[in-house]
Design a protein around this ligand. Structure first.
Ligand code: NAI
Ligand code: MG
Length: 336
C-alpha cells in the first residue's frame, strides 16, 4: 500500500532537488501517495499566505512531509515558515548526520558525526521586542525542563539504536547561567540513566574549533537550537558542503524531512544544485518508515556513484546537472 506523504517543493533550488529525490525514492520500489502542497515565499506570492491551511491540514493527515527549502527574506517581517512548521507539529528533534562520501574533497577522511538539535525552543521561539525610543532590541531564549529532557533523551536513545559510543552536550553555560545552565544540568541528570554511552560536554566556541581541527574524535552531539543550526552548517563543510547533508525533524506524531541547506538563490533555476542533501533526507524518511532495505539501497547507491566520480555535480567539481546525477543514481538504486 502506498504511504501518504505531503510533498512541498519549496523555493529556489527546492523544486529541482525535490523532483530529483522523488525520482530516486520511487526507484526503490517503495510507493508513496504524494500530496503536493505549497509553503514559503512561492506560496506567499501565489496565495498571500506563506503557510496555507491546506498545507497544514495535509501534514496533519499524512503525519509525514518531504520538503524543499523555504526562503525567509532577511529584513522583512516575514517569519520563518521552517521554524513555524517544526513548532506547529512539535518536531522537537532535528537529526543531522554528517558522513563522508568518496570524492567530496572535504578536509578530512572518514567523518561520521551525528548532531541532535533541539528544534522548538531556545532563541528560535520568535519572542523578540523592539524599543524604538531607546533604540534597543531583545530576544528571549526560552528553555523548559520538558524541552531539554526530551531532546537529550532522544539523543541518548537514538545513539544507542545506532550503536554509537559517545554523546557530547554543547552549550554556553559559562555565560548563559540560567538557560545554558539548565540544559547542561538536565543533560548530566539524564546521562546517569545511560551509563553505556560515554557522556561529556563542551562550550560551543571551543566545540566549533574542535570540529574544525579534530572532528574524528567526536561521535554524537546534542545541542540547543541556535548552536545546532550553526554547527550543522559547519559540519556540512567538513564533508563537502551543504549539498550533501540531510536532516530529519522528528516529533511524537509527525516527521518532516528536509536538507540542512536553504533555497540557494545564487544557483536556483540553473539545474546545477546537488540533490544529495535532500536525497539523504529521503533515505532518513525511508528508515523512519521502517523501509530499511530501501534506505540501505539509497545509501549504497550514493556511495557507489560518488566512488565512481563520473556523475557528480559542480559543487563537488563535477559536470553533471541535478537531473543527470539523479537519473544515474536512480538507475543504480533500481539495480540493487
Ligand atoms: P543556503 O543554504 O541556501 O546556501 C548557502 C550556500 O550553499 C550557497 O552558496 C548555495 O549555493 C550553496 N548550496 C546550498 N545548497 C546547495 C546544494 N544543494 N547544492 C549546491 N550548493 C548548495 O543558505 P543561505 O543563502 O544563507 O539562505 C538562502 C535562503 O534559504 C534564506 O532565505 C534562508 O532563510 C533559507 N533557508 C531555508 C532553510 C530551510 O528551508 N530549512 C534552511 C536554511 C536557510
Ligand atoms: Mg540552518
Amino acid at each position: 500500500m502506498a504511504t501518504p506523504a505531503t510533498l512541498i517543493y519549496g523555493d529556489g533550488i527546492g523544486p529541482e532537488v525535490v523532483k530529483a529525490t522523488v525520482h530516486v525514492l520511487e526507484a526503490t520500489g517503495v510507493e508513496f501517495e504524494w500530496d503536493e502542497q505549497q509553503a514559503g515565499l512561492g506560496a506567499y506570492e501565489a496565495t498571500g499566505n506563506p503557510l496555507p491551511d491546506a498545507t497544514v491540514e495535509s501534514i496533519e493527515r499524512t503525519k509525514l512531509a518531504l520538503k524543499g527549502p523555504l526562503t525567509t527574506p532577511v529584513g522583512s517581517g516575514f517569519r520563518s515558515i521552517n521554524v513555524a512548521l517544526r513548532k506547529r507539529f512539535d518536531c522537537y528533534a532535528n537529526i543531522r548526520p554528517c558522513v563522508t562520501l568518496p570524492n567530496t574533497k572535504g578536509p578530512f577522511e572518514g567523518i561520521d558525526l551525528m548532531l541532535y538539535r533541539e528544534n522548538t525552543e531556545g532563541l528560535y521561539t520568535g519572542i523578540e521586542y523592539r524599543d524604538d525610543r531607546n533604540d534597543i532590541a531583545d530576544a528571549v531564549a526560552r528553555y523548559s525542563r520538558k524541552g531539554c529532557e526530551r531532546i537529550v533523551r532522544y539523543a541518548f536513545e537514538d545513539a544507542i539504536k545506532r550503536g554509537r559510543k559517545r554523546l557530547t552536550l554543547v552549550h554556553k553555560a559559562n555565560i548563559l547561567k540560567e538557560t545554558g545552565g539548565m540544559f547542561l544540568r538536565i543533560g548530566k541528570e539524564i546521562a546517569e540513566e545511560y551509563p553505556q554511552i560515554q557522556f561529556d560536554d563542551r562550550i560551543v566556541d571551543n566545540m566549533a574549533m574542535q570540529l574544525v581541527i579534530r572532528p574524528q574524535e567526536y561521535d554524537s552531539i546534542v545541542t540547543s537550537n541556535l548552536f545546532g543550526d550553526i554547527l550543522s552548517d559547519l559540519m556540512s563543510g567538513l564533508v563537502g558542503g551543504l549539498g550533501v547533508t540531510g536532516s530529519a525533524n522528528i516529533g511524537e506524531e509527525h516527521a518532516l524531512f528536509e536538507a540542512v541547506h536553504g533555497s540557494a538563490p545564487d544557483i536556483a533555476g540553473q539545474g546545477i544544485a546537488n540533490p544529495t542533501a535532500i536525497i539523504r533526507s529521503g533515505e532518513m524518511m525511508l528508515r523512519y518508515l521502517g523501509e530499511n532495505a530501501a534506505a540501505d539501497a539509497v545509501a549504497t547507491a550514493l556511495h557507489d556513484v560518488y566512488a565512481e566520480n563520473t556523475h557528480l555535480t559542480s559543487d563537488l567539481g563535477g559536470t553533471a546537472s541535478t537531473s543527470e546525477f539523479a537519473d544515474h543514481l536512480a538507475a543504480r538504486v533500481a539495480q540493487i
